[in-house]
Design a protein around this ligand. Structure first.
Ligand SMILES: Cc1cc2nc3c(=O)[nH]c(=O)nc-3n(C[C@H](O)[C@H](O)[C@H](O)COP(=O)(O)OP(=O)(O)OC[C@H]3O[C@@H](n4cnc5c(N)ncnc54)[C@H](O)[C@@H]3O)c2cc1C
Length: 530
């Protein structure tokens, strides 16, 4: 058996798990460990809430997690709760897929003023990231400056521009939509050091700016190079520049109260204000080849809120060499050291789309296979669980694939059972078997909502029980004909439960719980009817 630990459950982590599971099948166990209690990294906490079709990629990761060889272990921060050296002692290979969650600093005076936030924080706030729920960005002022000319800057400006109605179908969190709905923002200005030909905004996302209900984009035609120069551009950039040209040529729309302005050739020098951001001092630039150089001309842009979208860096982790310039782990094509690898943004730095991480994950899996022809004989997840228990780290196993019920979940499950059986007693006929679970589930929702940690696992187990119900109702006529079958089935289910709890290292599997409950009920019913 080979044991792998992947640190980080974003796209890079899941694509690596997928490649390892495919390469080794039954002969490998893969733990995907995340510091957050829920998986998917930036798919959940970065990708814009009004881009649901992009977020749907997580369905593919669900399938990876459904594989019995793959386990998600949430709420465990590597480098804090458990060190890299400890992990390396437990797993054949440790793969860092931590992404790049830290905002790069602006490096200008005044960036520490209230009202200046990084995009990781701002995006995390509107996406419900637990670390940024209390960000409370300043939305009472009229002017926002967004520093950067990439897709993240575009997301930020679009989210600030949309009306409540335009968020229909999104999964934006309540605190953010309420704050945005009541905001006083009227002007959003992108600052970009270089010009329209150097933007990193993709055409589809840029085009959306032209279709907002209450905001209109504005580009100074004088910033655009001659049309003939667009020919030399890569096709995607050419399409984006075509959008900018359309924005520049559009007649001003006086009906829209918000304006999104592209200020090109503008380098931020300082954030200024009396105890909070009020304006940003900017230097006009010009291009020298592909580089922006200052012209010495300066001006101020009003800014009650400044959101910097200028890139990210990976977290420092003790024992892992770091490339300070690249903001990522020092590695040679994914390998950091013997048995230690990195993948995704942690390997390449913060660039590329979700899909870019797939070949990355496959390449690292192939590299591991080449480096380690034989299993290392390390203990893997069982030993991690023991280590976490010894350190009193409360890990969370989300409902991915099978449910893993802890003592609390099991307690709620037993309560569910008792409620069901009392409903059965009150309605003594075969139809009660169908009706009673509905009553019990409704009754249980109230206490379960009081204990959110138990709620997920209990609800998961109960809904899985529903799947068993269908199967067993079909089996019921057969069992009626041969009642002894039910007794055999109960014994079999108990054996499976015992085996499963050993295989899953403690706790009881939700599927097995469901099976026991349903088989017992069928047996009770058969006993009553015969
Ligand atoms: C705001 C924003 C919007 C984006 N929108 C799009 C888009 O629309 N389309 C697109 O194709 N791409 C988009 N991207 C890019 C895409 O999200 C990335 O390519 C991708 O998420 C990178 O994957 P990753 O797995 O390397 O990192 P992440 O997705 O960041 O995953 C890293 C995971 O590691 C965990 N972690 C970090 N440190 C630790 C630790 N010490 N211990 C345990 N766990 C840890 C984190 O909690 C996280 O779950 C966007 C990026 C951003 C920032």
């Amino acid at each position: 058996m080979r044991n792998f630990a992947i640190i980080g459950s974003g796209p890079a982590g899941f694509y690596t798990a997928e490649a390892l599971a495919k390469a080794y099948g039954e002969t490998a166990r893969i733990d995907i460990i995340d510091k957050l209690p829920v998986p998917y990294g930036l798919i959940r906490f970065g990708v814009a809430p009004d881009h649901q079709s992009i977020k749907a990629v997580s369905k593919r990761y669900d399938k990876v997690a459904d594989d019995p060889q793959v386990r998600f272990v949430g709420n465990v921060a590597i480098g804090e709760a458990v060190s890299i050296d400890e992990l390396r002692g437990l797993y054949d290979a440790v793969i860092l897929a931590t992404g790049a969650p830290h905002d790069r600093p602006l490096g200008i005076p005044g960036e520490e003023l209230p009202g200046v936030v990084g995009s990781a924080a701002f995006v995390g706030w509107y996406n419900g990231h637990p670390d940024f729920a209390d960000l409370d960005p300043r939305l009472d002022g009229a002017n926002v400056v967004v520093i950067g000319n990439g897709n993240v800057a575009l997301d930020v400006a679009r989210i600030l521009s949309k009306t409540r109605a335009e968020f229909a179908g999104s999964d934006i969190v309540g605190h953010a939509i309420d704050a945005l709905d009541g905001s006083g923002v009227r002007s959003i200005t992108f600052l970009g050091r270089r010009g329209p030909h150097q933007i990193a905004m993709t055409p589809k996302e840029l085009g959306e700016l032209g279709h907002l209900a209450e905001a209109a984009p504005s580009v100074d035609a004088g910033d655009l190079p001659p049309v003939a120069d667009d020919e030399a551009l890569e096709p995607g950039v050419r399409k984006s520049v075509a959008h900018l040209r359309a924005f520049a040529n559009a007649a001003p729309d006086g009906t829209k109260p918000k304006k999104v302005t592209f200020d090109f050739f503008a380098r931020p020098l300082a954030v200024e204000g009396d105890g909070r951001a009020e304006r940003i001092l900017v230097e006009r630039t010009r291009l020298d080849g592909a580089r922006a150089v200052g012209t010495g001309e300066t001006y101020a842009v009003p800014a009650d809120l400044v959101v910097s979208c200028i890139g990210y860096s990976s977290p420092h982790i003790d024992g892992v060499p770091y490339d300070e310039d690249g903001g990522k782990y020092r590695n040679d094509r994914g390998q950091i050291d013997d048995g230690l690898y990195c993948v995704g943004w942690a390997r390449r730095g913060p660039s590329g789309t979700i899909g870019t991480n797939r070949p990355d994950g496959q390449a690292v899996a192939a590299r591991i296979a080449a480096d380690q022809p034989e299993p290392a004989g390390k203990p893997g997840g069982v030993a991690l669980d023991a280590l976490l228990a010894a350190k009193s780290v409360e890990k969370r196993l989300e409902i991915l694939g099978d449910v893993h019920m802890g003592a609390f979940g099991l307690g709620v499950g037993v309560a569910h059972l008792l409620l069901k059986w009392s409903a059965l007693a009150a309605l003594p006929n075969a139809w009660a078997l169908l009706l009673a679970p509905v009553l019990a589930r409704s009754a249980l929702l109230i206490p379960m909502n009081l204990f959110p940690a138990a709620r997920a696992e209990s609800l998961g187990a109960i809904s899985r029980e529903g799947n068993w119900r269908v199967g067993l109702l079909i089996a019921l006529p057969a069992a009626l004909i041969a009642p002894k079958l039910a007794v055999v089935a109960i014994v079999a289910a108990l054996l499976v439960a015992w085996w499963s709890s050993h295989r899953l290292n403690g706790g009881i599997s939700g599927d097995v719980y469901g099976a026991i409950v349903e088989i017992t009920e069928v047996a009770v019913l058969i006993a009553a009817l015969t």
